[in-house]
Every structure is written in C-alpha cells, then in structure tokens.
Design a protein around this ligand. Structure first.
Ligand SMILES: Nc1nc2c(ncn2[C@@H]2O[C@H](COP(=O)(O)OP(=O)(O)OP(=O)(O)O)[C@@H](O)[C@H]2O)c(=O)[nH]1
Ligand SMILES: [Mg+2]
Length: 344
C-alpha cells in the first residue's frame, strides 16, 4: 500500500499528494515513514517564501507570480500558511486562487494550512508539505506566510529565496520592521505601488538596507552550533554577496511582478553559481535535523518522568527552593538514570 502511494505521489497524483499532506499535518507515523521514501526524490524544487504584514497583497502577488512561472512552463505548488485567522482558516486564499485564472490548471497545486490540525507544529508541517510537492515534481513552491511571529520567520527559513512584502505608509515606521525580517529578505517588494507614498517606502527600505548591511551569511542558528556543518567553499568561488533588490508592484494588475520573478530566479542562479546554495542547503537541513532532535529528546525525556515527579519539581521551583536550571538538572538526573522503566 505504501509503495503504491509513493508511486502515485511521484507521478503527481493530486489526491495522493493531498492525502499525504493531511496525514503529515496530523503527524501520523506511517506518513513520516512514507516521507523517507519520498526524500531521495526531493531537492529539485525552488522554494520561494513570501512574507509580509496582513493584507499586504501576498496572496495576490503569489497568484501573479504563479501565472508567470506557468507561462515559463514551470509547475507550481502554492502553500499558504494561515497561523492565526479563525475566520479564513487559510481557506480564503485557496478559494480566491481557485476562482481566478489558475483554476483547473493541472500544473498548479494550491494548499492552505492553519495552525489547528497540525500537531507537530506548523513549521514542521509546512516543511514536510514542501517535500511532498518537491517529490511530486513541482518545480516552484511558493510559501505564503504572514510576517508577524517567530513561527513565520521559521517558515520563511524553509525557503531558498525569501520575498518580503511591504506597502506604502510603512516608511515612517521603518524602525518597526523586525531585524529578523531584514535578515531573511532576498528580495523586497513594495506592493500597492498605486497608492500614495510608495517612493518613501522604497527610500526608507533602501536606507535601512545600507545602514543595516546584514552579515555575510544568513544565520540559521540562534541556539548552538551543533549542526553547523558548512562545507568549505572553494576559494575560486567565493560566496558572492547578494544584495536584496527592491521592487514596486501593483499585484492587482500584475505590474512589476515579472521583475520580482526574474529577481528570484536570478537569486537562485547566483547562489548556485557561487556555491552559496549548497552552504545554505546544509544550513537549512542542519536546522531541520536540530529541530527534530530537540523534539525527540524532549519527548524521550518527558516519557521517562512521572507527572508526580514533574509536579514535585514544579512545586519546589514555585516555592523558590529550586531555580529552573536546578530543576532541569534534577529532572535530567532522574530521566537519565539507568533505565528501570517509567517511574511511578
Ligand atoms: N490598491 C491595491 N490593492 C491591492 C494590491 N495588491 C493587493 N491588493 C488588495 O489588497 C487586499 C489584500 O490582498 P491579499 O492578496 O489578500 O493580501 P494578503 O497579504 O494575502 O492578506 P492576508 O493573507 O490576509 O494577510 C485585497 O483586497 C487585494 O485586492 C495593489 O497592488 N494595489
Ligand atoms: Mg493571503
């Protein structure tokens, strides 16, 4: 049965793809083992993240970009992440896109994902979905996230190329843009350029880029360097520095969108040519391994501790008799003690 499903996904069977993604969202064990079968077939797709404030025009832009990629003969998967909205549940984007020119195009797959229903964490579910698309042969994977929280920054890190979308009016609160967002942007878009103040936003962004010249490489790790196994970059191919360009778009009419698509394609080509691609790929994967490892270690550890024990320690911490670090030491000592089963 598994072999059949794998075969169907590799052949691009839409039902099989949809089913596998749902199972992964629910963190089903068989789904994870199926992922292992798919994994050797991944690594071909270009993952493009799009992030920006609510209502910035992300979905409209994604739609337009998808059309351009389709015109170039590329197959496109769109993953829309809606972590918050209880109203749309992420379904609105799908509807909106299905209603437009992409409807019925077998070369386009639209999928939305909301926080609810993804037990293993949204970032993990999104990462796994992109692998299914990749294995199924989608060449371009567009990932839309609302750029507000840490979760979204993490999802953006999934992508090879990240487009950060702003709108006019933001220029006056330049300081408000999060350093993390600046750091992950490969391309900036000032959408709604038909509105008053686009010039000021572009100017503010470019000034910020000059001031904040980010470090040479994107840092995928905030904690630890456990898996920072960067391969040496050949001296003949120094890691060419990519300068994030800034574009104006009117997503509703499609104006300026072709330039954004070209920039993203150029970004990939340059990264590959300079060797930065492989470096980043290893970082991405290292980050993923580290996250899974953290989850597993935590789960293993908790499995060895009784609720009673956890509560005792918590009581001690609350009573200021232990500090949280000492509490962890205590718990680890119990969890790591020679296995004599789960304590009662
Ligand atoms: N005037 C103008 N309106 C636009 C433009 N792009 C998008 N819009 C409109 O802005 C509204 C929000 O667009 P969406 O594409 O849904 O924005 P979004 O960023 O995906 O929104 P969320 O996913 O809800 O955060 C819609 O009514 C669009 O028609 C633009 O370039 N100019
Ligand atoms: Mg949207």
């Amino acid at each position: 049965l598994t072999a059949l499903l794998v075969e169907q996904i590799l052949q691009g069977n839409r039902r099989a793809i949809a089913r596998q993604i749902s199972r992964l969202e629910n963190n089903q064990a068989e789904a994870l083992s199926l992922l292992a079968e798919l994994y050797p077939h991944t690594g071909q797709a270009h993952l493009i993240g799009l992030t920006g404030p609510p209502g910035a025009g992300k979905s409209t832009l994604v739609n337009q970009m998808a059309k351009i990629f389709r015109r170039d003969g590329k197959t496109v998967a769109i993953l829309s992440i809606d972590p918050t909205s209880p109203f749309t549940g992420g379904a609105l984007l799908g509807d909106r896109i299905r209603l437009t020119d992409l409807a019925g195009d077998p070369g386009v797959f639209v999928r939305s994902m909301a926080t609810r229903g993804s037990l293993g964490g949204l970032a993990r579910a999104a990462a796994n979905a992109t692998k299914v698309f990749d294995a199924a042969g989608y060449e371009i994977i567009l990932i839309e996230t609302v750029g507000v929280g840490q979760d979204e920054v993490e999802i953006a890190r999934l992508a090879h190329s990240v487009v950060v979308i702003e709108t006019p009016g933001f220029g006056d609160e330049v300081q408000a843009i999060k350093a993390g967002v600046l750091e992950i942007a490969d391309v900036f878009v000032v959408n709604k350029a038909d509105r008053e103040g686009a010039d000021r936003t572009v100017a503010a962004l470019s000034m910020m880029l000059e001031l904040g010249e980010p470090g040479p490489a994107k840092t995928a790790f905030h904690h630890g360097r456990l898996l920072e196994m960067t391969p040496p970059v050949p001296a003949s191919r120094p890691e060419t520095k990519w300068r994030p360009p800034i574009y104006r778009t009117i997503a509703t009419t499609g104006e300026g969108v072709a330039e954004v698509v070209q920039a993203v394609v150029r970004h990939r080509a340059q990264q590959i040519a300079s060797g930065a691609w492989q470096v980043q790929e290893r970082r991405r994967l290292g980050f993923e391994i580290q996250q899974i490892l953290q989850e597993r270690l935590l789960a293993n550890c908790l499995a060895k501790l009784s609720l009673t024990r956890l509560n005792q320690v918590l009581d001690d911490v609350a009573a200021r008799q232990l500090d949280p670090y000492q509490a962890v030491e205590t718990l680890l000592a119990v969890a790591e003690a020679p296995a004599n089963g789960i304590e009662k």
